[in-house]
Structure formats: C-alpha cells, structure tokens
Design a protein around this ligand. Structure first.
Ligand code: 13P
Length: 253
C-alpha cells in the first residue's frame, strides 16, 4: 500500500481568534480551488481555536488536530485536555512528544507512549515526534537518539492506521537550518528500521514518517521526494496560506 503524503501544519502557540479563522478560511478556499490533491492536509491550531477552525474548515478536505493531550479520560488534571474531549470537538489527530513539549514540560518517552495509547483508544491518530538536539548531533548520536525515542514513545500495538512519526531535528526547528537531504534520508531509513523492530516490518513499511524543521516551499521538493519521507510537519510556514499550500504544490501533491 502506498503511503499517502501528509502535509501537516503545527500552528504552535500562535493565533488569536480572528487570525486563526482567517488562516483556516484561506486554507479551505485554496484547498478547494484545486479540487483534487494527491495528499492529505492537516492543521493543528492551539486548543482555543479548535472549534472555530473546525467550523471555518467545513466542506474542505483538511483534517483537524491538537498539539497535545493528557492520557486520562477526565479528572483532576488542571489545565490538561483529554483525548475524548478532542474527539468530541472534531479532532482526528493529536501531535505528541513535540520537542518543545519534551523540553518545556519535561515529557519523557514513557509519558508520550502512555498518551498515545490513550489517544488511540479514543480513535485519534497520533503524530509522535522525535529528533536530536544540536549537541547530540555534534556527538554523532542522531540515529541512536531517534532509535531510542521510537522504542520508548511508540506503543507496542501502534499501526500505520493510527500512528504517524515526525522526525524533527531540534536544531532545525524555526532556525532556517536544515540537515542535508542525505542526512534526512539516512535518519528516516533508520527510523523505519527501528519501527520494524518495534511493530513489525509490515506495519513499519506502511507507516508515514514526516520530516519537520524549517520546511518551506523552496526546500519541500528536495525533502519530500526522498523515498522514506512521507510528508512534512510544518511550523512557521504553516501560518501563511501561500507557504503552506506552496509546500504541498512543490512536493508534487
Ligand atoms: P518550523 O517549520 O517553524 O521549523 O517548525 C517545525 C516544527 O516544529 C513543526 O512541528
């Protein structure tokens, strides 16, 4: 089965109501205007915008995702949002273990795994993020770090239907710096190998592995044409309709 390219926008902590609705409407119009795309689109706004963005996307083939969730269904977890709450308001995806959450909130592989299990139980698809820091890269530990993150944060029963992996080198996020295409291909191939060990070769071969970290319309083709790169998780460039759609166009979608 061919892996369908996923073009996903992670809006991070950006956008007040009017901006978010404008952006979603712009994406909706642009996606509809072409009609047939060869990829799947996803936007992941902050929690506060999910309901309004869902409305603004009505009729478009753009999925809605959140940027995190708790592992519990409900209860005494001040400030947290549960998978069942996300499902109720129309999310089909949730990003888990983004490096900014790993760094800002000390999220461990174990916690991310637990969240992914809970999200899958509610029928949400997860995008589990991995990636090395600059220091780890300089120490030649990239493959090792990513392999350990896959082993720890991906649930044992994850399948290609409920899980997507995003490889995001921490040093490439929001910096304009990117690895070479050869580096990306090498890491993605290693990630697929680590997945095969964890969930079996059949599942691993069907699972999408996105690249993230300073993806722009200008480098989309270079990265997204690599054999083991099945889409992009886009930060900054996903906040502009032309850039987000430009990435999809240039990736051959
Ligand atoms: P940038 O595209 O802004 O580098 O962010 C990447 C990212 O962190 C997406 O999750």
């Amino acid at each position: 089965m061919a892996r369908k390219t996923l073009i996903a926008g992670n809006w991070k902590m950006n956008g007040l109501l009017a901006d978010g609705v404008d952006l979603a409407k712009g994406i909706n119009t642009a996606v509809k205007s072409k009609g047939k795309w060869n990829c799947e689109f996803l936007v992941c706004p902050p929690f506060t915008l999910l309901t309004s963005v869902k409305k603004a996307l009505r009729g478009a083939k753009v999925a809605l995702g959140a940027q995190d969730c708790h592992f519990a269904e409900k209860g005494a977890h001040t400030g947290d949002i549960s998978p069942v709450m996300l499902k109720e308001i129309g999310c089909s995806y949730v990003i888990l273990g983004h490096s900014e959450r790993r760094a800002d909130h000390g999220e461990s592989n174990e916690l991310i795994n637990k969240k992914a299990v809970a999200a899958h139980q509610q029928g949400l698809k997860t995008i589990i993020c991995i990636g090395e820091t600059e220091a780890e890269r300089d120490a030649g530990k990239t493959i090792n770090v990513c392999t350990l993150q896959i082993a720890g944060s991906v649930p044992d029963d994850a399948t290609a239907a409920d899980t997507v992996i995003a490889y995001e080198p921490v040093w490439a996020i929001g910096t304009g710096k990117t690895p070479t295409a050869k580096d990306v291909e090498e890491v993605h191939a290693a990630v697929r190998k680590a997945l095969a060990k964890k969930i079996g070769k059949g599942n691993a071969n069907k699972m999408r592995i996105l690249y993230g970290g300073s993806v722009k319309p200008g480098n989309a083709k270079e990265f997204l044409s690599l054999p083991d790169v099945d889409g992009a998780l886009i930060g900054g460039a996903s906040l502009k309709v032309a850039d987000f759609l430009g990435i999809a166009e240039n990736a051959g979608c």
